[in-house]
Design a protein around this ligand. Structure first.
Ligand code: MN
Ligand code: MN
Length: 315
């Protein structure tokens, strides 16, 4: 079987042609796909700077640079998986609650077709409906959450659903296997000393940014693989986990963050984990003057593709 291939730079200049993720073919249905990229052009859940509604489009534009073969890990995902770009979910930009329902419905279609949803955000609110869709199919999932923030607020400005609450809600709704949850990269200023205690009290492992400073995260990822075991795992990657020196194009910046090298170590370290869904959130193109934040996002999504179980099983 011949799988979908990205349009090559010798067939059409990289700055031209259709703007799909990695210049893959578009698809209107996930039937027959192994993995599906889908955009959630949303920023109405963001608490500070907006602009993530433009994230999916810009990640796709910057993904034009990506070639199919991973020179470091020797993996060629498109030789082993049928992948396409499903376009964007038509959210209701005037209503966050309705948008959350629309996102769950859109991602459920992908999951129910047997494909792994790979979501381009969009603000981090989208991970709650994504987890609802994935957990409905697979049961409670392990979670690898990379972020400057814990996103476990009970409420934001009185609202239960916003980009700072998804993991509190996901826990309450029983979507998470709480012994298999890790949050990596947390840092910054808080409201009180106990801000990161709630996740620990639920059994989550919390690894602050300070614990990651000046070192390789490859040893940590061996521990993560052991923690995750063979059960289903969802990966959610907030681009603000990275230091603003690398990824300034986002809404809620915190200094002292991860490096792009550590980001690669985290994702490559998930090889062998049973990933059933992933997202890359919080890219805000209006604040991304050199386009580097969206480019990093595109690369990290590609690296996620390279560690999906079907690719790992074949290589
Ligand atoms: Mn977040
Ligand atoms: Mn964040």
């Amino acid at each position: 079987m011949k799988f979908n291939q990205p349009l090559g730079g010798n067939e059409m200049p990289r700055f031209a042609g259709p703007v799909t993720m990695m210049r893959l073919p578009s698809a209107t249905s996930a039937e027959g796909l192994d993995a599906a990229f889908v955009g959630v052009p949303m920023d109405i859940g963001a608490s500070h700077r907006s602009g993530t509604r433009f994230g999916p489009r810009q990640i796709r534009a910057e993904s034009a640079m990506l070639r199919p073969y991973n020179m470091a890990t020797k993996v060629s995902p498109f030789d082993h998986m049928h992948v396409a770009d499903m376009g964007d979910i038509a959210i209701n930009t005037f209503n966050l609650e309705k948008s959350v329902g629309l996102i769950e419905a859109g991602i459920s279609k992908i999951v129910n077709a047997g494909a792994v949803p790979m979501t381009l955000g969009g603000d981090h609110t989208l991970t709650l409906p994504a987890l609802r869709a994935v957990a409905k199919h697979h049961g409670p999932v392990g979670l690898v959450h990379v972020d400057a923030h814990a996103d476990i607020n009970d409420h934001m400005f009185g609202e239960a659903i916003a980009h700072g609450t998804p993991f509190r809600r996901a826990f309450e709704e029983g979507l998470l296997d709480s012994e298999r949850v890790i949050q990596i990269g947390l840092r910054g200023t808080g409201y009180a000393d106990d801000d990161f205690d709630w996740p620990r009290e639920q059994g989550f492992r919390v690894v602050t940014a300070e614990e990651c400073w000046h070192k390789s995260l490859t040893p940590l990822m061996a521990e993560v693989r052991a923690q995750m075991g063979s059960g289903p795992v969802y990966l959610t990657y907030d681009i603000d986990s990275l230091d603003p020196a690398f990824a300034p194009g986002t809404g809620t910046l915190e200094i002292g963050g991860l490096t792009t090298i550590q980001a690669l170590e985290i994702i490559r370290g998930l090889r062998g984990v049973n990933l059933v869904g992933a997202d890359l959130v919080e890219v805000s193109p209006p604040y991304d003057m050199a386009g580097a934040t969206a480019l990093i996002g595109a690369n990290l999504l590609y690296e996620m593709l390279c560690v999906l179980p079907k690719v790992v099983a074949a290589t």
